[in-house]
Design a protein around this ligand. Sequence first.
Ligand code: GCB
Length: 622
Amino acid sequence: VTIHGLLYPEESETRQIRSLDGLWEFRLDEAGVGKTEQWFAKPHLPSPTILMPVPASYNDITQNITIHQHIGMVWYACDFFFHNTAPRWVLRFQAAHYEANVWVNGQSAVDHSGGHLPFEVDITRFISSSASYSRVRIVVAVNNTLTSTTLPPGYLHIYNPTYRVLETPFDFFNYAGIDRSVILYSTSNNYIQDITIDTDSIDFDSQHVATSAVLSYSVTIGGTTHQANTLRLIIELFDAQGILVVNNTDSQSRLIVNKPNLWEPCGMNHTHPCTEESYLYTLKVTLYDDASPMNILDIYRIPHVGIRTIRLTDSKFLVNERPFYFHGANAHEDSDIRGKGFDRVILAKHFNLYGWLHGNAFRTSHYPYADEFYAMANRFGIAIIGETPAVGLKKDQFVSQATLDHHKQVVTEMISRDRNHPSVLMWSLANEPESGDPEAKGYFSALADFTRLLAAGRPITYVISATYDSDQGIQFFDMICINRYFAWYSQAGRLDQIPSLVSEELANWRHRFPNKPILMSEYGADTVSGLHNDPPLMFTEEYQKDFLSGYHGSFDNVSSIVHPNTGYFVGELVWNMFDFATDQSITRVGGLNRKGLFTRQRQPKAAAFVMKKRYQELEFIP
Ligand code: GCB
């Protein structure tokens, strides 16, 4: 599978960017007739239409329960004046959930399957080339129906024409629509299509000060190739002050950086407290035509190049050859009204709360997040475990070649998009598959083999709910990540059982896999903000505090930073940072999973202060 053009749309001397975010025409297509009636070719969508913000999930924008729980197709449309000031224009959707069909001026332009990842199309051919401006209409049909071969999977039950239920093997609400930005950007005919950059190695002196680093890069050029023999590149690396460090003119080569400033996750060994930003270089690539040397065709900058290495031993996760301990809380892209819709207010609050908490890591549970999260993580030194949307796989999927092929496609798109972010330290290919199923073995063996070829220096894993003795697939991966809910989904109410159960669990995994470090990728308890009881009972703030603290003693006993010689436990990620929306059920009061340290409105519960204290202490373990 080859994917091109997942470079984030960055403005430059040669690239213009136009946001198409705004209020779009919108309507449901409950009867599924829009395509046969050719709604894409009409000047307006058939009434009744409403105004829908883009980006946002459509579900919670109105008071209409039919829109909230809609399953099937919806339509979006927008018109704009287009000024033809560049030779090539690309229409980019940062994501639409799940299946999207796009028409430009009535003509089919691009289709994409899968939420959470961008897709784009060169629309130059659809817009009149002679006129200097024209009116353009974009129509998008989005279908949120999940099937046994989508990722995540889902199962549609049709009891009768008006009673249809989409059963999902995951608890977060299946928010849908154009939930990330829509962007129009220009390039020249020949343009920089893709850039990859990796830290190959870093040399340290005896004080562990970096003396030099080797970066390898590769640049792909796209476009009309008639002038290809006169196309030239300049590759330049600038430091944080904007001073040129090193340059090259090959499309693929190495850059040597003397006395490099390293990128580090915050909270590592005192060297980089969570209150400071991480060190980032900028890579500038210039494409020009040698036939007329002043003719610069394209300039693209990656503003977040981090120099750092990753290496796993059988008991440690090393960043820059020093043991790193992941600590933080996972989240969903989820907030009031917007659903999964991308919003910079929510983004900035998320990272401010992360700084307050002194968290240094999270997993993008359970799908790749909007690009902007990774950019913030690069800057603040937050480690990311990048996860695919493969949540809740079971035998149906393990025996399906179509699912495996789609999974490979999604892995390819995710890694192509995210591989240049220094913050991404590991790839998680699935969350809680039924990996005790015998069919899981062949599936994950094939997926691991495939991903290793693309992994760009990162270890690979999947997140396990299966028991230590039944799991069939993790043997093919690098690290053990387990989700456990002792004293919640099992041993309900029994806080006293946590220490022995957690210790036994970790020891069992270690015994079976003595060569793989272990991380607790989820643990947590639902807590209704403001509900109190002493002694602690389930759902109270007191219970959540004691529940989380109960796990920590067992973690510390085997921690790789507390016990450098015998420890093998490399991190703890709480479930969850925020309360988040779920399907309605008898276990979800008000339609929320309430395991957040913070409410859905981003206000702290008592446990948030417990975690802040712990994370501050973890930062000071030498
Ligand atoms: C899990 C899942 C997560 C759920 C969580 C829960 O193990 O990975 O998606 O939200 O349990 O709270 O039930």
